[in-house]
Design a protein around this ligand. Sequence first.
Ligand code: KMT
Ligand code: FE2
Length: 187
Amino acid sequence: MAIEAWYMDDSGDDQRLPHHNNPNVFVPLSKLAEIGVMYWKLNPSDYDNDEELKKIRESRGYNYMDLLDLCPEKVENYEEKLKNFYTEHIHGDEEIRYCLEGSGYFDVRDKDDRWIRIWIKEGDMIVLPAGIYHRFTLDTTNYVKLMRLFVGKPVWTAYNRPQEEHPARKEYAKNFIEKAEVDLEAH
Ligand SMILES: CSCCC(=O)C(=O)O
Ligand SMILES: [Fe+2]
């Protein structure tokens, strides 16, 4: 099955709960593509020898790779990191994450500034474009193992919202938000 994504409700409940609307409003992959989010389904069992992953990495220049095992025993300042992950932010580069084990939620803002919750599980690889407002949380299973990819020397710096003057934000807005408005007016 393809990845699941939906519009979040605005309840103040635990961030690790699904936050479905009633009824749930799913968001198709085509809608994610419109805001610049890319997705692949891969086989995580032997990721070191996966030709498909190799091809994606080669074609997109993802030469850097490391693994992030999100559990208190393996991550320094675990609680603080989780808190920062769930603080709305952007980056100057793409955020590329491949889920090898467990699951979690990437929340991204759509063109109208509404939260879309993307549920990533084993085998899901997603790319968030530079400049998109987003955040991350574990789900109620409380565990995820992610592969992080990058072009060149990695920069993980997060710029918390608001960042309307950040070059990556301006570029994102030009390509994905203003363009959508122009398309809408033309029709
Ligand atoms: C746990 S990876 C996702 C969190 C995030 O947005 C980030 O690392 O910048
Ligand atoms: Fe991020």
